[in-house]
Design a binder for this molecule. Structure first.
Ligand code: FES
Length: 143
């Protein structure tokens, strides 16, 4: 085999290996997209789901997923017994901390919010974003 033929064969082999790697990577990605996230209770596009027989049982208890929190504010398994809010401060988008009965405090510039998300101390210009809470039987969903 001449040097030129050898280099040609090697370059074709390299292209074939690279193409195979790319296809494998694409295949893996689409497999991940095709697998539905069970979401802990069939909540569909729910941001948070909770089983109320074991979660959020006490007033003041909370569950967080990403930048969304749901808090039990009253007894009883009705949607009105809960509030779901964004944890993103409306001032400059820092993540606020839930501090129990006193609501939320932003560590960046000191804004404070009530448990319902209303601004109680600036500089935050607007309340925390609210999400919809639904309760069906013992399953709570936030969307
Ligand atoms: S980002 Fe929260 S007070 Fe400024």
């Amino acid at each position: 085999m001449e040097r030129r033929d050898f280099l040609h064969d090697i370059s074709q082999l390299t292209v074939a290996v690279c193409a195979g790697s790319l296809l494998a990577a694409c295949s893996k990605s689409s497999d991940n997209n095709a697998t539905p996230d069970p979401g802990g209770g069939g909540g569909g596009n729910a941001l948070i789901t909770a089983n109320l027989t074991s979660e959020l049982t006490a007033v003041g208890s909370s569950k967080t997923s990403g930048s969304v929190i749901v808090i039990r504010t009253a007894a009883g398994n009705a949607a009105a017994s809960f509030v779901a809010l964004s944890l993103i401060c409306t001032h400059q988008q820092c993540t606020v901390n839930y501090i129990g009965d006193n609501g939320f405090k932003c560590p960046c510039h000191g804004s404070e919010y009530s448990v319902s998300g209303a601004v109680t101390m600036g500089p935050a210009p607007a309340p925390l974003k609210k999400y919809t809470v639904k309760v069906s039987g013992n399953t709570l969903t936030v969307s």
